[in-house]
Design a protein around this ligand. Structure first.
Ligand code: GLN
Length: 251
């Protein structure tokens, strides 16, 4: 059931991502609206189901907005435009399975973390690549542009080994079409992509471990404090766990 839902969601995500770039980003309407920027091609954290954006991040954001007595408004934008948009106050916060990095901290602040993730490697079944040790500067590596996977791959194997795609969905389609040898992406979206595309598998060896958090403009300490306080309560009372468990079955 879950499997089916996810693959349907992926199809919808692909269709949606074609016009997502055109969706106008309205500025914060009033003080009671919490505007969250996300890139909804990242199941199970954010993806499109029918005409709705759903997922772990969306539910946690809604729970935070409730605690703050605010109305959540979601803007579905390219992943690599989220940080600039938050830094320039176009959006109140960015929540998109976003990894905390020192580099990003130079332009925005991060909330406390709410999830741990791993970068993993997806290959076609029967690929000669059997572990991370088989990757080299001659491997054609597909990534989503602006992500930590893209950054690490370029650092480790050089820019020329890396092909950047607009979304994880596009990177995986290129892998299916044989245009790249592997895709480096976060573990949970990787599982969803492998479930919805036959002939792919995730290598057992992990690439990098990281933490997700919400990004908020530097200087907006009031919102940062409120979000952290809400997150703390939602973690303590089990809300975050129950949201995560709805989407991710323990291994
Ligand atoms: N966790 C990765 C990053 O922050 C990928 C996030 C995403 O593609 N939504 O770069």
């Amino acid at each position: 059931m879950k499997k089916k839902l996810l693959s349907m969601a992926l199809v919808a995500t692909m269709a949606f991502s074609m016009f997502a770039a055109c969706s106008s980003s309205e500025k914060k309407e009033d003080d009671n609206t919490l505007v969250m920027a996300t890139n909804a091609t990242f199941p199970p954290y954010e993806y499109v189901e029918g005409s709705e954006i759903v997922g772990i991040d969306v539910e946690i954001a809604n729970a935070i907005a409730d605690k703050l007595g605010m109305e959540l408004q979601i803007e579905n934008v390219e992943f690599d435009s989220i940080i600039a948009g938050v830094a320039s106050d176009k959006y109140d916060m960015g929540m998109s399975g976003m990894t905390v990095t020192e580099e990003r901290k130079q332009s925005i602040n991060f909330s406390d973390t709410y999830a741990t993730a791993k970068q993993v490697i997806i290959v076609p079944e029967g690929s000669a690549i059997q572990s991370v040790d088989d990757l080299s500067e001659n491997t054609m590596i597909g990534v989503q542009q602006g992500t930590t996977g893209a950054l690490y791959a370029a650092d480790d194997y050089g820019e020329t080994a890396v092909t950047n795609f607009k979304s994880g969905t596009d990177a995986v389609q290129a892998l299916v079409a044989g245009k790249v040898d592997c895709v480096i992406i976060d573990n949970e979206p990787a599982k969803a992509y492998v479930e919805s595309n036959s002939g792919l598998k995730i290598l057992d060896t992990e690439y990098v471990t990281e933490e997700y958090a919400i990004c908020i403009a530097k200087g907006n300490d009031e919102l940062l404090e409120k979000v952290n306080a809400a997150l703390k309560e939602l973690k303590a009372d089990g809300t975050v766990d129950s949201i995560v468990n709805k989407y991710i079955t323990a291994e």
